[in-house]
Ligand binder design. Structure first.
Ligand SMILES: Nc1ncnc2c1ncn2[C@@H]1O[C@H](COP(=O)(O)OP(=O)(O)O)[C@@H](O)[C@H]1O
Ligand SMILES: CC(C)(COP(=O)(O)O)[C@@H](O)C(=O)NCCC(=O)O
Ligand SMILES: [K+]
Length: 257
């Protein structure tokens, strides 16, 4: 069975794919110091807890944090006796290679989102991923990643306010009841929440204008649900898009290598 690992700058998600569906998904905070042995103890305990008696013999990894890949490779080799596919490495093929400036490193999560979204929706897409950063990935007619936008993440923006200004507290994001805040927390939430609504709307409109073709907008990532409820910004919301993209790339490599 396939273990798909999506490592973001904040969280790492592990999912087991039985060839038809995900039968388990677990999330850990991303820590580059975590060793292969620690991953294994954690994973095998969760598998036992869920009475999952399956053999993992294939692994695919997408990581926006290069340092964690070493220990995940050791995990694959030592405990699952396999060599993982690592998205972005030359021996991991992509269904359609990206078209960007020569020498540019595209975040593997963006390549994976592109593959997953194209598989589900076809071409001409904007994938908005609300992670540590908020990324907009533009998918061409043929499924190629052709660039996009990187904006500061929602929580990152709130943290930046707290870190830079002595009187601003640590605040969690929620949708404010109104735009005019009547206390510090409400003012901060309003700035980030409504600012974000504007950011998403403006960037998508400009991408569509620049491309001159109809495009679907797909939302994913930890904080996408917050914006999904708020305003009609997206054509679809898919919390498993990155994981789906990993299975698409895995299948492509099995068929073509
Ligand atoms: N259910 C949730 N509720 C509130 N915040 C969340 C939730 N899930 C994730 N987050 C926060 O959203 C941000 C993005 O999370 P995630 O998509 O896992 O990021 P990444 O892929 O960059 O690791 C992080 O700051 C995380 O703490
Ligand atoms: C933009 C990102 C930091 C987003 O990472 P995430 O929020 O998913 O942790 C990541 O995709 C990355 O490191 N990209 C490299 C530069 C690029 O994609 O152009
Ligand atoms: K992201």
């Amino acid at each position: 069975m396939l273990l798909a690992i999506d490592c973001g700058n904040t969280n790492t998600v592990f999912s087991i794919w039985d060839g038809k569906q995900f039968i388990a998904t677990w999330r850990a905070s991303t820590e580059w110091q975590r060793t292969a042995d620690q991953y294994y103890v954690w994973l095998s305990t969760l598998m036992r807890f869920q009475n999952l008696d399956v053999t993992i013999d294939q692994i695919i990894i997408s990581s926006t944090v290069p340092r964690v890949v070493f220990n995940l490779r050791v995990l694959a080799d030592r405990y699952y006796n396999c060599r993982p596919w690592v998205v972005g490495k030359s021996d991991c093929l992509l269904p359609t290679p990206p078209r960007v400036d020569e020498g540019t490193q595209v975040g593997p999560d963006r390549l994976v989102n592109t593959a997953g979204a194209f598989d589900r929706h076809g071409g001409n897409l904007i994938v908005v991923d609300f992670g540590t950063a908020t990324t907009f990935d533009v998918v061409d007619t043929d499924g190629a990643y052709i660039g996009g936008v990187i904006a500061p993440g929602v929580n990152l923006s709130l943290e930046a306010l707290h870190n830079a200004a002595a009187a601003l507290p640590h605040v969690d994001i929620t949708k404010p009841q109104q735009v005019v805040g009547t206390n510090t927390v409400a003012c901060m939430q309003s700035g980030v929440f409504w600012g974000y609504i504007g950011l998403v709307r403006e960037i998508c409109a400009r991408i569509k204008g620049e491309r001159g073709v109809p495009m679907k907008v797909i939302a994913t990532g930890g904080l996408a649900p917050l914006f999904q409820q708020a305003e009609a910004l997206f054509d679809a919301f898919e919390d498993d898009l990155t994981m789906h993209g990993l299975t698409v790339i895995h299948q492509y490599n099995k068929e073509n290598t």
